[in-house]
Design a binder for this molecule. Sequence first.
Ligand code: XMP
Length: 305
Amino acid sequence: MVNVEKFIDRAVREIRDAAGVEKVVMALSGGVDSSVCAALATRAIGDRLVPIYVDTGLMRKGETEQIRSLFADADLRVVDAADEFFEALAGITDPEEKRKAIGAKFVRIFEREAKRTGATMLLQGTIYPDRIESEGGIKSHHNVGGMPLDIEFKGVIEPIADLYKDEVREVAGGLGLPAEIQHRMPFPGPGLAVRVLGEVTKEKVAVVREANAIVEECLVEEFGPWQCFAALIGLGTGVKGDVRLHGWIVAVRAVQSRDGMTAEPLLLPYETLARMAARITGEIPGVARVVYDVTPKPPATIEYE
Ligand code: XMP
């Protein structure tokens, strides 16, 4: 790991140099990456940083309210863009196309907000694994490969682009960010869209959001996974009451990892799995079946798309 204090000093200097006299817009998702970037940039350029939280409609349960209260002291602009994102995603089933559509929408929103606030630069919380996975052609992380080329910013600043996730967490500690942020589970930029196979609709996202909340409730505190979540992987037959139904199949994923580059599934007790499956099928009307994913990365990725 880098020396945290040295890293912070250098990053602050670099942001200050790169920004010059300009205003800088950034997406603050509340995750550890963007929160560290916001803290570094605030030290570097103060209120010339314009943090924006985009509510894509693809966020986890209660997330927008939580971010609002966590960053109540920052001058956070909250943009409600859910309808725009669902419109942009309508009819798209290909995973790469989805990521590109989301990346493009993000950039357009930033450009729009930047114009409104007079910001000319974009700051991004890209980390090292995002870069190698995008450059290696595995998939476009929404904040790297999904970026349209006709971007209208004078420049892009990526202060933590050489760090792994665990290093970002150390820097978060060095910056004095709350433990809640420092240890927050990773959540992909494209949000719940990559946890719904096939076309993204409001209905599917609502189902996966509820399932995801149950998975987090059942696993986070007790097992401390590096990451856990639910994904909608298809439709299958089930029977609820006396009625046969064509219901959703929810896949549960819970992994340990150091940096997201490789991962091992959690060996969960059968009782935990059974309780979680009973809650998901019992509390969410459209779900017929729950499966637990036991595949490591590689060969599977952590997310489903
Ligand atoms: P995969 O699915 O590639 O995920 O094994 C590795 C880690 O990266 C997260 N992830 C993303 N993070 N933008 C992000 O900021 C993205 O587009 C993205 N895709 C995956 C994933 O949640 C896991 O922690």
